[in-house]
Design a protein around this ligand. Structure first.
Ligand SMILES: Cc1cc2nc3c(=O)[nH]c(=O)nc-3n(C[C@H](O)[C@H](O)[C@H](O)COP(=O)(O)OP(=O)(O)OC[C@H]3O[C@@H](n4cnc5c(N)ncnc54)[C@H](O)[C@@H]3O)c2cc1C
Length: 545
């Protein structure tokens, strides 16, 4: 009896002890979970409030100052013409005090395109419209009124300071010139614009290196309409291949997707393509997904050559794991409507000819100057030797001119042709022209000075302001590239002398966070974040339209 009682007491004690422990554990666990949950909830509320505030501010811009003949100091207000609406020109416009000049922006594209996420558009990871921002919206948020003309700059007279513009609308990649995007190009509106300052930010076009068949048969990935073209081509190949029996040569060819160029654009697109095949196509058409082969062709022995060495092998490893075939040290020689003819350099120094049948070919090998840039090479004596971009001085002023600046991919500064460089150059010219406007006002004040004392005071201010004008100095912040399978590589720069090279899933989160931060508007940030959330829930959209 007593032993039974003792057992019951013990068991009750054990029970009550175990209840106390589990309660304590639960409390500790709850507390532990609560900290990140609370922090996450507070973070989400703060981020949403901040984003909401930004979107509201952007949607309701302040009243702008109208364009006028004179500045507030009474000097003649100068005409500033900006060519282009890309990274260089849009960044410049965004940071410019547009009330200091009568500003006109000329571009065949009435929007800014956030190119870093363009490789995500054809596969439906990102909606194409999420990565554009109307140039008029950017202009509307600046202090002074801006005129926008949807037109191409077609000619320039640097002695008369005029630029000829002709009505035009976005072209696909500038190589094929297939699609003007406008139904009204036949009446060809043309006008000569007079400028006091001209900023040339016309970018570059994809280069084909003159390889036969590339311009005719390849798709490019440079402009927004290119992404629609690539998507359509990819889905055409998939749907057509489904009509052929498994194992047929034609089905194999249609499902061979070849990407040429192992730089960030080619690598990111190949990674996105394989993600789409593995995560989406596999769900809907598994028998087709199994037969798709993505091949990345690169003339050098590695992909992502601008990144640090250890990231080359990491990218190769991810590609191997995800079944992307790498054709390295392989140069394309000729392209027909169905086959890429290439030559590979083997380790023993010999070469091997390759034939790669393809359904879709995407060409991402770098830049060549646009027609307008080449025209400037020809028309300005100091530019006659230029090949890759306009030659500029330390203030980004075009050699051989007094009042023309070049920014971004159309300028040759020794820096890589990236959005990061173009953005900093745009900001620099904006600041430079702000100082120039202040100098103009001071010179006007000097001309009105009534005595030598007043003159010397103004002259001192002029000299001081002139000494503040610094040459352009590029600050490299690092480089990022998505490699597929939710992995990215990054060369991150901390301060002047230290840097980190990293690759993996955490880097992928850094990649995403950086791209959100780099978006040009709060609206763009929100749309990109929604797109990523949307594909996590619903998957990518595989419909053609
Ligand atoms: C797919 C892709 C991904 C990229 N990813 C990155 C990245 O992750 N990070 C990075 O730093 N860089 C990236 N880049 C490079 C970056 O986009 C370019 O370096 C950058 O766009 C250059 O800016 P830009 O202003 O010189 O030219 P663009 O941005 O190309 O803009 C040129 C503008 O000029 C207009 N234009 C063309 N001809 C005329 C004319 N005759 N008259 C008037 N206007 C004209 C065009 O319509 C366009 O608006 C990427 C590029 C591509 C294609």
């Amino acid at each position: 009896m007593s032993s039974q009682l003792a057992r019951r007491v013990v068991s009750k004690r054990q029970f009550s002890t175990s209840r106390v422990v589990s309660h304590q554990e639960r409390t500790i666990l709850q507390k532990l979970f609560k900290i990140p949950l609370d922090a996450g909830a507070i973070g989400a509320v703060l981020a949403t409030t901040w984003l909401g505030g930004q979107i509201f501010t952007e949607a309701s811009p302040k009243k702008q100052k109208p364009q006028t003949a004179l500045t507030t100091a009474g000097a003649t207000k100068k005409d500033l013409v900006i060519l282009g609406s890309g990274w260089g020109s849009a960044s410049m416009l965004k940071s410019l005090d547009t009330s200091l000049y009568n500003v006109t922006v000329v571009s065949p594209r009435n929007y800014f395109l956030f190119t870093p996420l363009l490789p995500s558009a054809p596969t439906g990871t990102i909606e194409p419209k999420s990565i554009v921002e109307p140039i008029r919206a950017i202009a509307k948020r600046t202090p002074g009124e801006v005129t926008f003309m949807e037109a191409d700059a077609t000619d320039i007279d640097v002695t008369k300071s005029t630029v000829t513009v002709k009505q035009a609308s976005t072209e696909i990649s500038g190589v094929s010139k297939q699609d003007s995007g406008s139904s009204l190009t036949t009446d060809s509106f043309t006008k000569d614009l007079k400028y006091d300052y001209l900023v040339v930010g016309v970018g570059a076009q994809p280069t084909t290196f003159g390889i036969p068949g590339v311009a005719e048969h390849a798709c490019f990935l440079k402009e927004l309409p290119d992404s629609y073209q690539v998507k359509r081509k990819m889905l055409d190949c998939i749907e057509k291949a489904a009509l052929y029996p498994k194992g047929s040569e034609e089905r194999k060819r249609l499902l061979s997707f070849v990407v040429v160029g192992g730089g960030p654009t080619g690598v990111e697109f190949a990674g996105e393509l394989q993600d789409y095949i593995d995560e989406d196509l596999h769900r809907w058409m598994p028998e087709i997904a199994e037969d798709v082969q993505v091949t990345l062709v690169e003339a050098l022995p590695n992909v992502l050559n601008a990144f640090s060495k250890k990231l080359w092998s990491y990218a190769h490893q991810v590609f191997e794991e995800t079944n992307i075939h790498l054709a390295l040290s392989t140069a394309v020689k000729n392209v027909t409507p169905t086959t890429v003819f290439a030559q590979s350099k083997l380790a023993d120094g010999t070469t091997k000819d390759l034939e790669i049948p393809y359904g879709m070919l995407v060409w991402a090998t770098g830049n060549a100057p646009r027609d307008f840039t080449k025209l400037m090479f020809k028309k300005i004596a100091e530019q006659n030797t230029a090949r890759r971009g306009l030659l500029v001085d330390e203030n980004l002023k075009v050699n051989g001119t007094e009042n023309v600046f070049a920014i971004g991919d159309c300028a040759f500064t020794g820096h890589p042709p990236t959005g990061q460089v173009a953005h900093q150059e745009g900001d620099y010219v904006s600041e430079y022209l702000k100082q120039k406007a202040a100098l103009d006002d001071l010179n006007h004040e000097l001309s009105k000075a009534s005595n030598s004392d007043e003159s010397s005071k103004v002259q001192t201010r002029i000299d001081s302001l002139k000494s503040q004008i610094k040459p352009f100095n590029y600050a490299h912040m690092g480089a990022l590239s998505y490699v597929g399978a939710e992995k990215a590589v990054a060369d991150l720069v901390w301060g002047k002398f230290s840097s980190t090279s990293t690759g993996g899933t955490f880097t992928y989160l850094i990649w995403r966070a950086s791209y959100i931060a780099m978006c040009i508007s709060a609206r763009q940030k929100a749309l990109v974040a929604f797109d990523w959330l949307k594909i996590t829930i619903f998957g990518r959209d595989t419909s053609k339209e």
